[in-house]
Design a protein around this ligand. Structure first.
Ligand code: ATP
Length: 692
């Protein structure tokens, strides 16, 4: 090769190199313009949020995406309001309509969902330290916009000038110690982004002009910042458990079950807490409405009030109804005539007993009418049995008096007489309401099904109620969640889930840390049910769950032996007056619970005479008030009070060593003791038992 040839080749090489540099430079310029825009809009978001730092928030800009080596998230905010994962979009011409986001004509909603996926992954990471899933909030910020605050599926889309107010509005949901734990987790979940790989071009480093600082006042006025901070201060206070759970609870909230599942555990182990968080989680993560239901009429409203504070963003996607309330609404919407007449029904039962029971073989057993009434209400109508053959061989779970065939025949006659009487008067009892709703749903299922059904205090529901609710979601993934504690079952009879057509197939979880009661209250209450064997809905004999750990300590329960009702009422009033002297306990934190309605009337009258404001539990909807709550133990299911007073306990209910032998007496005695156990375990700090 000649010298001329090699010079010519080198010339071509240099030209090719120059072309390559030009191309690379043009690409880099293009990319830089995008980064510049993104960087400046992200900086503006950080600047807009700077005021949060003074209120204890930590701003973590430009963090790595969990599990990815390259993807970045603009900003993670950790503070009293929870965790916010913020992505800023410098998009022009954005509109939002019915939870869809448009750029011009183009629907770009799906482009944003990567942020929702990120929040979903992050939720799992934060659940490891106990942060409730709902406290991780993905937020899209629209650069340069004001007056935007929209929900788009699991995302919140806000304007750049609205983001401070949005985050501040969550107020103080986490304590300082919790923020520290969450921050430490955030720093590992969202790693620091390493330096970018070096640019492989040998050029001298350019000298850059300084970056123009963004003045905070250019974004928000002092008044706007003050208003946002005021909103944070005024936000409703929140209990610890609404945001921060034990890791086992937080993971259970998100756990996926491929069919009906059951969460059980002793009193006060946080079952309802998990159920509420799970309702919010399911409502947030899937389309449709979640139904939260239970037996007691007033409890759903109380749960609704709690959820409105725990997860205000999804409270409208969750329906709270008692199981009878649900059935009633369904039947009324479908135009099914229901004539619910409890008094007429009681009269019908009395007439049937007088006609065919009083002088027949049932009376010969020595058991009174109420035993047979329970047999019809709970064993027969609770299951929806309409053929004698189904009753003849039925395993009457939970009923301790054995019934040979001739007595079952006599029960059937009583049942027939009662049913005829009801029909003749054109009225229904409560069990009919459920059976009618079940039949109606079989005829025509719901047009818009529920996305999930969560049943609290499931042990109180009848077999037909469980069937009805199971029918709403079937065996869908995370469709049916049953929450309860067999030890707190206070109605006669029982059944197994298999009878209701529900198979758990091992999808059961037990919670075992008691957060509500002091160890002293729990020990006192547990004596009532120690050794109590009962038939659990899973079909196995059970001795009840015992909490593995009790988080709190306090004074021993106070037992007052009184010589008369009158003396007891005086002491009751004294006790109420003395407990409200405790710092942090008001009248509204006191619950006076009674086994009987007579007890309730007497307690209300005694407190009234003493000038103490009273709130009947029968009307309680969870709103806080300054009145002592008074009601039956049955009405207090699922609730809790700082101080509980049991106003009408009889000596023989609690005395040691008076255990009736097998049979109906034993069954009643056990139910009564379980009822007292329920009442006592409603107490957080103090328990008073007035015995005559
Ligand atoms: N992780 C937690 N941290 C602090 N407190 C908690 C936690 N979980 C639950 N609690 C407290 O324990 C109380 C009892 O919880 P919850 O009502 O869910 O129990 P439960 O198991 O449903 O009780 P029960 O069966 O007796 O009705 C709650 O009101 C709450 O105060």
């Amino acid at each position: 090769m000649s010298a001329g040839d090699s010079a010519e080749a080198e010339g071509r090489r240099q030209l090719a190199l120059a072309d390559a540099h030009t191309l690379a430079a043009s690409r880099a310029r293009h990319a830089a313009s995008r980064y510049d825009l993104a960087a400046s809009t992200e900086r503006r978001t950080v600047t807009a949020l700077a005021a949060l730092a003074a209120a204890g928030h930590h701003l973590l800009p430009d963090r790595g995406w969990p599990g990815s080596r390259t993807a970045q998230v603009d900003l993670v905010v950790v503070g009293p309001g929870g965790v916010f994962i913020v992505d800023t979009k410098a998009w022009a011409d954005v509109t939002i309509d019915r939870e869809r986001v448009y750029r011009g004509q183009a629907d770009v909603t799906d482009d944003l969902m990567a942020l929702a996926d990120l929040a979903y992954t992050a939720e799992a990471g934060f659940a490891e330290v106990g942060l409730a899933p709902g406290e991780v909030r993905p937020v899209v910020v629209l650069a340069g916009r004001r007056g935007v605050d929209e929900r788009v599926g699991p995302l919140r889309v806000v304007g750049e000038r609205d983001v401070l107010r949005h985050i501040a509005s969550f107020g103080r949901r986490l304590t300082q110690a919790q923020i520290d734990v969450v921050l430490a987790r955030a720093l590992t979940l969202f790693p620091q982004v390493g330096p970018p790989s070096p640019v492989n071009v040998a050029v001298a480093e350019p000298v850059l002009s300084p970056r123009a600082a963004v003045e905070p006042d250019a974004l928000l006025t002092r008044d706007e910042v003050d208003a946002a901070q005021l909103e944070a201060i005024l936000a409703a206070p929140i209990e610890d458990w609404m945001t921060f759970l034990r890791p086992a609870q937080a993971k259970l909230v998100r756990r996926s079950f491929n069919g009906p599942a059951r969460i059980r555990g002793a009193a006060g182990t946080g079952k309802t807490v998990v159920g509420l968080h799970r309702a919010a989680y399911l409502a947030r993560s899937r389309p449709g409405t979640v139904l939260v239901t239970t037996f007691v009429r007033t409890l759903p409203q109380v749960l609704r009030q709690l959820l409105a504070r725990l997860a205000p963003d999804v409270v409208d996607k969750i329906e709270f109804a008692s199981v009878h309330g649900f059935a009633r609404r369904l039947l009324s919407e479908r135009g099914v005539r229901v004539q619910l007449e409890p008094v007429q029904a009681a009269n019908a039962m009395e007439r049937a007993w007088n006609d065919v029971g009083r002088d027949g073989p049932l009376a010969g057993t020595g058991l009174d009418r109420s035993y047979w009434e329970d047999e019809i209400t709970h064993v027969l109508k609770g299951r929806g049995i309409t053929r004698f053959d189904d009753y003849a061989n039925l395993a009457r779970t939970g009923r301790r008096h054995r019934l040979p065939l001739e007595l079952r025949t006599a029960v059937w006659e009583l049942y027939l007489a009662y049913d005829r009487d009801l029909r003749a008067h054109g009225c229904h009892d409560y069990a009919d309401l459920i059976l009618l709703a079940e039949a109606e749903l079989r005829r025509e299922p719901l047009a818009v099904p529920y996305s999930a059904v969560i049943v609290d205090e499931a042990q109180d529901l009848s077999c037909a109620m469980i069937r009805l609710l199971h029918g709403l979601v079937g065996d869908a993934h995370d469709g049916l969640t049953l929450i309860g504690d067999g030890q707190q079952a206070i109605y006669p009879g029982g059944y197994t889930l298999a009878e209701a057509g529900v198979s758990l197939a091992g999808r059961g979880v037990v919670l075992d840390v008691n957060y509500r009661n002091t160890a002293q209250i729990m020990a006192f209450a547990a004596k009532l049910v120690a050794g109590d064997e009962f038939a659990d809905i899973e079909g196995v004999p059970s001795y009840g769950d015992v909490p593995g750990r009790i988080a709190r300590n306090g004074p021993k329960p106070h037992v007052e032996h009184c010589v008369s009702w009158r003396a007891r009422e005086v002491l009751l009033v004294e006790r109420v007056r003395s407990v409200i002297e405790n710092v942090g306990t008001g009248l509204g934190d006191v619950g006076v619970l009674c086994a009987t309605t007579t007890g309730v009337s007497r307690a209300v009258a005694a407190l009234g005479r003493a000038g103490i404001a009273v709130q009947p539990l029968a009307d309680y909807d969870g709103a806080r008030g300054a009145a002592v709550k008074v009601g039956t133990i049955k009405r207090a299911k699922g609730l809790e009070f700082k101080q509980v007073l049991l106003a009408d306990v009889q000596e023989n209910w609690v005395a040691d060593g008076v255990v009736p032998a097998e049979g109906a007496e034993r069954e009643r005695w056990e139910l009564r003791r379980r009822e007292l156990y329920v009442a006592m375990t409603r107490a957080r700090d103090g328990l008073w038992v007035g015995i005559v």
